[in-house]
Design a protein around this ligand. Structure first.
Ligand code: PLP
Length: 388
């Protein structure tokens, strides 16, 4: 419906003026939350992985707006650290990022192309991953129609059943590539269990990848995500594809995280109060005050990417003191128990730590019953983003 509504032109002009005013106002106001992104730590994480996998090269996976942290800013930092290979998931992300990368940087589209996007992809010099015979055939046709050679990456499924060409289709790949004006830069696959170092599926997928190499007679290979980087050099191929580890998330379960924290999230207090024993707290009255309690309400909720599953489970920190979340997480606010703090320690405008030195990204994710990836990519647009 909305796409057929035509606004009178004066409304459009007002919108433009309003948007300009809005942007400058936003930089003036006191925000109720700060998301700080440490680009120097990100660069050190990239360098650590680069060193670990050499002579293989390390790409940067910057899909989903660099896991919510800003694809342009992250890509610029990685470029400065020597990264020249970038992966997005969707073609729209490639269109947005390509102008901000130098011509020699390679930009790969993990999901490949939806029908109709092929010519534009060729014109902006992005490189699709062909995940199916159909995507590969269409890309071949595009190259033939344009009368020039095009680059491509071919993904094989080695045991995840998500994206990639199945083992029984490898013969068909050879037929499609015969005399095709395509340059296959490398073949790739994705590990389903790389964050569990001892999982037997890792070696099974590696063996399947080796059969794919033999069948296709290709030597250039990309296999490892963050977890795969830490599985050892058998998994590295020529190009590794870390995402979460660059952003400070733990690449492997159950061992100390070797990566540096990149994200810090602080949220402002909106109000504080004292309540007597048995007072109902939050939606659904899911928490009753266990005695006289002092509470603070902070200005972020599930609309800002702090999941409802943190209700009565998670915590925030103030100067090292743990402040439990009490009651349900609301859309725009969370109530915390501040009884452990001295009277008056917190008031309107005070900042509490949600992610930071006292509580890692992975700890927040664990408390919420999810993974660091989901927390990062959900962090909303209402925080003031600071790049340092
Ligand atoms: C997202 C993704 C990655 C990066 O994964 P991390 O676990 O974040 O390192 C690598 N390869 C593919 C195909 C992906 O979809």
């Amino acid at each position: 419906m909305s796409s057929i509504i035509r606004y009178p032109s004066f409304i459009k002009e007002c919108d433009v003026i309003y948007e300009t005013v809005e942007t400058s106002l936003i930089n003036e106001l006191t925000p109720s939350g700060y998301l700080t992104i440490d680009l120097a730590a990100l660069r050190r994480n990239y360098a650590q992985i680069s060193n670990r996998v050499a002579p293989a090269r390390a790409a940067g996976v910057v899909k989903a707006n660099a896991y919510g942290l800003g694809a342009r800013q992250v890509a610029a930092a990685l470029l400065a650290e020597g990264c020249r290979d970038f992966f997005v998931a969707e073609f729209v992300e490639a269109v947005q990022l390509r102008p901000h990368l130098p011509p020699e940087a390679r930009l790969f589209v993990l999901n490949g192309l939806q029908p109709g996007n092929e010519a534009l992809c060729a014109s902006i010099n992005a490189i699709p991953v062909a995940n199916s015979l159909l995507q590969l055939r269409r890309w071949r046709e595009t190259a033939t129609t344009l009368g020039r050679r095009l680059k491509v990456v071919i993904q094989f499924d080695t045991g995840m059943s998500r994206l990639g060409i199945a083992p029984e289709e490898r013969g068909a790949v050879r037929a499609i590539l015969e005399d095709a004006p395509l340059d296959v830069l490398f073949i790739m696959s994705h590990l389903a269990c790389a964050d569990e170092a001892a999982h037997p599926q890792n070696v099974q997928q590696l063996a399947e990848m080796q059969r794919a190499i033999a069948d296709t007679q290709r030597t250039e290979l990309s296999f490892a995500n963050s977890g795969g980087v830490f599985l050892g050099s058998d998994y590295h191929g020529g190009l590794v594809r870390p995402g979460i580890a660059l952003y400070g998330g733990a690449p492997t379960f159950g061992v100390p995280n070797p990566m540096e924290a990149v994200v810090r999230l602080e949220v402002a207090v909106v109000q504080t109060r004292r309540v007597p024993a048995s007072t109902a707290i939050g939606y659904g009255a899911s928490f009753l005050a266990t005695g006289e309690m002092r509470l603070a309400t902070i200005a972020a909720g599930y609309a800002d990417g702090l999941p409802r599953t943190l209700s009565n489970r998670g915590a925030v920190y103030f100067e090292g003191t743990r402040l439990p979340i009490v009651g349900r997480v609301s859309m725009d606010s969370i109530i915390i128990d501040i009884s452990a703090l001295p009277e008056g320690a917190l008031d309107l405008g005070s900042l509490v730590e949600v992610i930071g030195p006292n509580q890692s990204l992975d700890e927040v994710a664990h408390a919420a019953g999810t993974i660091s990836y989901e927390i990062l990519t959900s962090l909303g647009g209402r925080y003031r983003r600071r790049y340092v």
